[in-house]
Design a binder for this molecule. Sequence first.
Ligand SMILES: [Zn+2]
Length: 305
Amino acid sequence: MTRLSSRLLNARLLAGLFIFVAAAAGAAAPQAPLASVERACERIGERLKDVGVQGCLDAGLIIGEGATYNGMPMMYRDFVPGSSRRTPFRVLLIGGIHGDELTSVAIAFQWMKKLQTERLQPFHWRVIPSSNPDGLLLPASTRTNGRGVDLNRNFATPDWDAKALDRWRKVTRYDPRRFPGSAAASEFETRWLMDQIGEFRPDAIVSIHAPWGVLDYDGPLDPPQRFGYLRLQPLGVYPGSLGNYAGMVLRVPTITLELPNATDMPTNAQSQRIWADMLGWLERNLPRGEPPLYQRLGDSHWVQR
Ligand SMILES: [Zn+2]
């Protein structure tokens, strides 16, 4: 933890310096935080017609620590099983890490509604429906966050320093949609998600994307073959991706759901089928896996750097 903390402290100092220099150069300064769930839900509900302001409020989200560059809170909610004889496995569900994949946020809200009534499901869920709220809420939603960074290339994987920027230059040819940041974990949202993983210590992670219409998996178990109409198709492992960080480094089974369309929702039947197949796979497979790295190594080793 101490090495990570000092790296994060450095990253924070650098980010602060960057913001100071950017502000001095006349760029937009960070905005004052929108501190309430009500205000945040007004904005999210207006952007996502499939959710609506009331739908967002009904999710019962709470606000985590800190705020994004554009002043949005990070919101989440836990759901615990109605009754359980043993400690339930924990599953972290993350929507909208790419802000322009609107359905990935909307379906997380849909599944939260399900979790409010489904008392028989066996897991302790933590749901973060919109993990890149700035990208979602910019006048035209963007893949990147409010500072132009692809959060799914910004996680602190061991290969980041050697490969992330090099790959961005040579393979993506400076694609602004895939900018991995100026340093590993340079972004508030990335650090917040890494903190969530370190504190919640999930036994599995599900991250929702669009529009490739497939299923991907990183981690120690045999991958799922099919959830509803999404079939397994490995999309590759990238420096700084969540699948790399959580699945390969921390050895947490990490499922990536790629919905087939970024703006049109699956039908209710399709969404229901994905959910049911995923729940079945988690129920069958989590008891077989070995605990993720942080559960084997103890508190101070949840990230390897
Ligand atoms: Zn995506």
